[in-house]
Write a protein that binds this ligand. Structure first.
Ligand code: COI
Length: 352
């Protein structure tokens, strides 16, 4: 498909204060917009980043038929654009689309669109340690119709934002045993907008109690750990890296997969299995848990310092001693910024 490109008359880049970048507030000059109607993808354009206009009856606004992805581009010391595992995001987006009755996005639109967009907005990729260009592909229903059925028309958009850290400090999390993020048979494995909407109220209650985020438990018994808001969660106990297994209520994190791959290569025992809350609390009570950390694209590796459960806060060991989490963070950064050889085929170079 031909990608029509309209460039901005004036870049907003000189206005950006890179020293005070907050996650998700600053958007690059251009965005990719593709439209679906009559059973096919009709057009694909790159245009200046700008507000959209739509009908108040647009289906997404009412029933939430909307999905998204999150991935990052980095700039190497040599000034090359490096994107971390974009094809995995593409494949996950197809799975989300299927679950939400949305059409598949052609690989050409996703990958070639991303290539053109990144080449055009290359200067927006920060060349600083800890910084990257966050890429947000998303698709939503655009029918002007308020009956409940899958839309016949959709927009697929990719915009990008220069970012630094998502969590600016180590995180305090609370194990949630009342509210539920996802249930068996539900949409938890899809990156569906509604999953995030549903998480806001319980997360706000936790924030009012001084936590940054929740650790979600299974919707049926609340006895097993699933994932944390905005990231998957892992625990280190002795030589073991423990995390919940993928299921239809857990997001198949790409960082999750990368961390487990490295852990296996480094000789850790990786346990992807149901993780009872009681087991983790037992380790915390005896002081034998070496670390807990969130893993995600936006969050990268987020050290957890406190876990709250049933009114009690458990403190975790100091960050300096967390050998695995620190090593995996550094190794992934070295790969993402092109400082070491990419032996896993995780890096995609749009200019190559
Ligand atoms: C990501 O890590 O890319 C996410 O989608 C999490 C989030 C910012 C909602």
């Amino acid at each position: 498909m031909n990608i029509e490109i309209q460039t901005t008359a004036k870049s907003r880049l000189p206005e950006v204060d890179f020293d005070n970048l907050r996650f998700g507030h600053v958007f690059s000059d251009h965005m990719l917009v593709a439209d679906y109607a009559d059973g096919e993808w009709k057009s694909c354009k790159i245009v200046p980043f700008a507000p959209l206009t739509f009908s108040p009856a647009m289906a997404t606004l009412h029933y939430g038929q909307s999905i998204f992805e999150g991935l990052k581009a980095y700039k190497s010391e040599q000034g090359e654009i490096l994107v971390f595992r974009p094809y995995d995001n593409y494949k996950r987006m197809l799975r989300s689309a299927e679950r939400m009755c949305m059409p598949p996005i052609p690989e050409e639109i996703f990958m070639e669109g991303l290539r053109e967009l990144l080449k055009l907005d290359k200067d927006w990729i920060p060349q600083r340690e800890g910084y990257s260009l966050y890429i947000r592909p998303f698709m939503f229903a655009t029918d002007e119709f308020i009956g409940v059925r899958p839309s016949n028309t959709y927009k697929f958009i990719i915009f990008t934002c220069p970012v630094s850290k998502y969590y600016i400090e180590p995180v305090k999390v609370k194990i949630e045993t009342h509210y539920t993020r996802a249930v068996a048979g539900g949409t938890g494995y899809a990156k569906a907008a509604g999953n995030y909407a549903a998480s806001l109220y319980p997360a706000r209650l936790a924030q009012q109690q001084g936590y940054h985020q929740l650790i979600w438990t299974d919707g049926k018994t609340h006895e097993y750990i699933e994932e944390a808001g905005t990231m998957n969660i892992m625990f280190r106990k002795d030589n073991r890296i423990i995390t919940a297994p993928l299921s239809d209520s857990i997001l198949a994190g790409i960082t999750r997969d990368s961390v487990l791959t490295l852990a296996r290569e480094w000789g850790y025992e990786v346990e992807e299995r149901p993780v009872p809350v009681k087991e983790i609390i037992g380790y915390l009570e005896e002081g034998s848990l070496s670390a807990a950390f969130g893993v995600g694209t936006a969050a990268t590796i987020a050290h957890i310092v406190t876990i709250g459960y049933e009114g009690k806060d458990y403190q975790l060991p100091p960050l300096e001693g967390r050998v695995f989490a620190n090593r995996v963070l550094k190794t992934l950064d070295d790969i993402k910024y092109g400082r070491v050889e990419d032996t896993h085929g995780w890096i995609w170079k749009p200019e190559a």
